[in-house]
Design a protein around this ligand. Structure first.
Ligand code: URA
Length: 183
């Protein structure tokens, strides 16, 4: 709640004006504050900004299916994004926008303090690990005291269909195995 209150008046972000003009909500994220894993996507879309909740549009449906297929429950995880506000026309957030949002992303990660982080897609991989998706997808690395795993963004599955879904599924099976060893 504190982070959300701060975001409502966080004018440092260039996305602030677009958000307030459209009466959108900032999307802090949602889920369990005791989650063992935090999912980090790119940015809220229109649906997410209207509701103030992450992944509730088309990509969210794909993500929900992935979560169920992995035997997880959405409410046991924590789901957030690299940036809190929707960029105009759903464009990729710029480096500056990502930098401005970083303090809140760090606050969210610190608050939940999960053992694992799952980065969804290229924007999250670059923002958190500073690496291109193709080099880190399917791999586990260290980020502070946490283990970070990377897979495709659910929107990739929306665009590419079953072959992409299969790849995400395979990635997450490796992650589940790794988590079992660590938890
Ligand atoms: N795409 C994202 O990256 N995040 C959302 O919350 C919704 C769509």
């Amino acid at each position: 709640k504190e982070i959300r209150d701060e975001l409502l008046v966080f004018k440092k972000s260039p996305l602030y004006t677009y958000r307030t003009e459209n009466k959108y909500f900032p999307v802090v994220g949602e889920g369990s504050h005791q989650a063992a894993i935090i999912f980090i996507g790119e940015a809220p879309g229109k649906n997410e900004s209207e509701q103030g909740r992450p992944f509730v549009g088309e990509s969210g449906k794909v993500l929900d299916n992935i979560i169920t297929a992995c035997g997880w429950k959405r409410e046991d995880l924590f789901i957030t994004n690299v940036v809190r506000c929707r960029p105009p026309e759903n464009r990729i957030p710029t480096k500056d926008e990502i930098k401005n949002c970083d303090e809140h992303l760090q606050d969210i990660i610190d608050l939940v303090n999960p053992k694992f982080i799952l980065l969804l897609g290229a924007t999250a991989a670059t923002a958190v690990l500073g690496m291109p998706l193709n080099l880190v997808r399917g791999t586990i690395s260290d980020y502070k005291d946490k283990k970070v795993f990377v897979t495709y963004h659910p929107s990739f599955a929306l665009r590419q269909g079953n072959s992409a879904k299969k790849q995400i599924w395979e990635d997450l099976q490796s992650l589940i195995k790794i988590m079992k060893d660590f938890l």
